[in-house]
Design a protein around this ligand. Structure first.
Ligand code: 8GP
Length: 817
């Protein structure tokens, strides 16, 4: 399949096959003739894992005993994607695996696809965590990722006959866990509730109940580095799981009550939190994994010491807080230092601040977590006291700095008033050494808007690290054809570990032979995707059309509605037999998006997209011109098939709302061109690839602010723009709801009356950009040239570079590697 070289492992295909056979017999008593692809996958994974074990042990020992500061990544999400292909690549066993599978009578792709992808995350932030874990190991840096082993990951999305989203539990462990090692002896007790009393001048917490946090360790192999780091995911279990007495009294429910309660904590990712019970559960989850992780880190670096010198903790490990979910860790470390080890407040605070750093991933005020004080005090009374003291000290500090009272009130960690809340982003900012945003524009806006007052008080705290993506998964594994071509073009495959080498491709953008080969690669990838879509989803996009793709979480700020309105406007033009200017450029528009289960507007948008697709695809007038598909359940595996086949990538959020985006990087590195607003990392991508190789459109941040200030009136755009009117009228008329004019009324009303994210204002510019895109696409070799330049100039969007930036700016400032 691929001609690329890998670090070669000393295993032959025959040995690989034999190893699989042996495990099939040992585990299930079957041979290959009787085995299912899932069993073959399990056996192959076990073999790879077993072969990693010695290096893993060695990396763990080097981490615990070495002098290099370990990175502790604290994240509620890890969107890992399938493990087997990545592990095979890193261990240099892909070829042997492929051959062994064929020898056993299986298609290697079927075995790879038998793995149920662990979807232990929601979106960008969770995938970023997975990319960083990969890069840390590949750069041979000691790191440990901490998170939760959710019993059910991100929900499985299904569409009903009306195109509406519903959610099914993601039972990712149903066939067993091929990669996680249960580590019962490293279990930690995590306590909740109760009271705090004063005893001999000390505050003593008497918790009301506890659970056991049991870790499962997942290997994170580095690419060609030999290092295997650990992702440690905690599972919540009851301390005394089963009450035999109650069972014997026929109270069967009561007998497992503690078990059920404890299991709930790690049951699902992001429980719905519109009510207090949901909120409490989320807070329990956060404290659960953070408390277990801190205790585990101390056990790792101070193994068995009765009087550990925790002033050296930040020299052993620094914790990166991946957004606000783990921020309770700041109060927990304070509690450990004060209560468990008797440190004075000042020293404890100094240690804590040196141990933590915080990454913010959003600009939406509503995404910055706050906890009701009452709930917090009930669940974590001692932590509440600690946060009160942190808040009081902070206020004193601000007064000393002559900050005026109004600003002090605005900055308090605990809000005033009737229902006070704890602002976790503020606690994170005060309690960390460094705070970073995830793209230049985002970091600037954090400093100037979202956390402006904090930036004024602590200017040195703030920095930027632009996100990155791993070239192993998103190029080398997802796009073997392009990878082969790049390797041939550069004469080496060292780019896989050093993506800056892609710049060597730049001259090849003018080489007709190379350009032609690139176009072949893209065509073949599109054909592959068409086959995959046919097999998997039952639709078959025409590879001779432009593949125009928008995949990401469904959120109003990301503006899927802008895209679907443009599609409807084109459709309306087609059926009106209008200007055939754009009709010369046939397109296949592909959406992928999950909406949060409680997010009504997002769900309505999904319903609209599905119904627009239904109507357009059934209308023969669109044949050969326009088709729209929305495969359900977008996830990493779908991304790996779709991104390499994409011609045009849609990154059309309202400027100032998308913190960074990372799919924009994946698409550009796979030779898609971007149509995008000047938002998040789009700005940097455009700078790198050159304005002529990027289709920018729409209002920039300053223009958005100005329009807001002067009073935004979306209706005016509707009145002015016939294309927009045609599209909205069509939705309102019931064209996509079997004639029912009510179905999308909320959406239509919102567009015309409210339109928080200025879809109307950007519509005209967006349509114009699409016409420029049509023009450009009609010169395929010029388009390909632009795509090659995108690849050649995007090497800095590797997560290896991002991790290096974290290293020099945050984790080990002053060091150069
Ligand atoms: C995302 C941002 O939306 C995206 O722009 C960025 O690329 C990515 O983080 C990685 O930095 N943010 C989230 O995923 C996020 O805020 N998730 C919280 C709701 C859980």
């Amino acid at each position: 399949m691929t001609e690329l070289t890998e670090p070669r492992a000393s295993i032959s295909a025959a040995e690989f096959a034999e190893g699989v056979r042996k495990r099939l017999v040992q585990r299930w008593g079957v041979d290959e003739a009787a085995a299912s692809p899932v069993q073959i996958y399990q056996a192959a994974s076990q073999l790879v894992r077993d072969r990693m074990a010695p290096s893993w042990k060695c990396s763990n020992r080097r981490m615990a005993e070495g002098t290099t500061r370990t990175v502790g990544y604290l994240s509620a999400e890890y969107l890992l994607g399938r493990q087997l292909p990545n592990a095979l690549l890193d261990a240099g066993m892909t070829d042997q695996f492929n051959e062994a599978m064929r020898e056993l009578g299986f298609d290697p792709d079927d075995v790879i696809e038998a793995e149920h992808e662990p979807g232990l995350g929601n979106g960008g932030l969770g995938r970023l965590a997975a990319c960083f874990m990969d890069s840390l190991a590949s750069l041979d840096l000691p790191a440990i990722g901490y998170g939760i082993r959710y019993r059910y990951g991100i929900f499985e999305q299904v569409f009903d006959a009306n195109g509406r989203q519903s959610e099914k539990p993601d039972d990712w462990l149903s066939a067993g866990d091929a990669w996680g090692y249960r580590q019962t002896e490293r279990a930690q007790r995590v306590a909740f509730g109760g009271q705090v009393t004063e005893q001999g001048g000390h505050r003593v917490w008497h918790p009301a109940w506890s659970v056991q946090a049991v870790p499962y360790d997942y290997p994170i192999p580095g690419y060609a580095s030999g290092r295997i780091n650990t992702l440690r995911l905690w599972q919540s279990e009851a301390l005394d799981g089963f009450d035999l007495q109650r069972f014997n009294q026929s109270d069967y429910g009561g007998a497992v009550q503690a078990q059920v309660r404890a299991n709930t904590i790690s049951a699902i990712l992001y429980p719905e939190d519109s009510n207090t019970d949901g909120k409490r559960l989320r807070l329990e989850q956060q404290y659960f994994f953070v408390a277990a992780s801190l205790a585990d880190a101390i056990a790792t670096f101070y193994h068995g010491q009765a009087h550990p010198d925790l002033s050296a903790l930040p020299d052993h490990i620094c914790f990166q807080l991946n957004d606000t979910h783990p921020v309770i860790g700041i109060a927990e470390l304070m509690r450990i230092l004060l209560d468990d080890f008797g440190y004075e407040w000042a020293q404890a605070w100094e240690i804590t601040q040196r141990t933590f750093n915080y990454t913010c991933h959003t600009l939406l005020p509503e995404a910055l977590e706050e906890w009701p004080r009452s709930l917090f005090a009930e669940l974590l009374p001692r932590h509440m006291e600690i946060i009160e003291r942190i808040d009081a000290d902070f206020v004193r500090y601000l007064r000393d700095e002559q900050v005026d009272q109004e600003r002090i009130d605005a900055m308090r960690i605990i809000t005033r008033g009737e229902d006070p809340t704890i602002r976790m982003a503020y606690l994170a900012t005060v309690g960390s050494t460094k705070v970073n945003g995830v793209a230049q524009l985002h970091s600037r806006l954090l400093q100037e808007v979202t956390l402006r007052d904090f930036h004024t008080v602590y200017p040195g705290k703030f920095t930027n690290v632009t996100n990155g993506v791993t070239p192993r998964r998103f190029m080398r594994l997802a796009n073997p054809r392009l990878s082969d071509l790049i390797t041939e073009g550069l004469g080496t495959d060292s780019w896989v570990a050093d993506l800056s080498k892609l710049s060597g491709l730049e001259p090849l953008a003018d080489d007709d032979g190379f350009v032609a080969r690139f176009m072949h690669v893209k065509d073949d990838n599109k054909r592959d995707f068409a086959l995959y879509a046919q097999r998997r989803y039952g639709f078959s996009p025409d590879p001779s059309t432009m593949f125009d793709v928008m995949v990401k979480r469904l959120h109003e700020y990301k503006r899927q509605s802008l895209k679907i309105l443009a599609v409807i406007a084109d459709y309306s033009d087609i059926i009106a037999g209008g200007s055939d200017n754009h009709r010369a450029q046939p397109r296949t528009v592909i959406f992928g998006a999950k909406a949060a289960p409680g997010y009504a507007m997002a769900k309505l948008t999904i319903q609209l997209i599905n119904n627009v697709a239904r109507v357009i695809n059934a209308d023969p007038r669109t044949d050969g011109l326009l088709k729209v598909y929305f495969p359900a359940n977008y996830n990493i595996s779908m991304a790996e098939h779709l991104i390499p086949a994409t011609d045009l990538d849609e990154q059309i959020s309202q400027a100032g709302k998308e913190a960074s985006g990372t799919s924009n990087m994946k698409f550009a590195l796979n030779g898609a061109l971007t149509v995008g607003t000047l938002d998040g990392a789009n700005v940097e991508i455009r700078e790198k690839v050159g304005a002529e190789n990027f289709f920018a459109f729409g209002l920039n941040v300053d223009q958005v602010h100005a329009l807001d200030a002067e009073g935004y009136a979306p209706m005016a755009y509707y009145d002015k723009d016939a294309r927009l009117r045609a599209a909205i009228d069509m939705v309102a008329s019931g064209a996509f709801s079997h004639g029912d004019r009510d179905t999308y009324r909320k959406l239509v009303q919102d567009w015309l009356k409210h339109d928080q994210f200025m879809v109307m204002a950007d519509f005209g510019a967006y349509m114009d950009a699409q016409r420029r895109i049509d023009q450009a696409y009609r010169q395929p070799d010029q388009w390909a040239r632009k795509a090659i330049l995108n690849i050649a100039r995007c090497g800095s969007f590797s997560s290896d570079r991002a991790v290096e930036d974290y290293l020099t700016r945050i984790w080990m400032p002053g060091t150069r590697r």
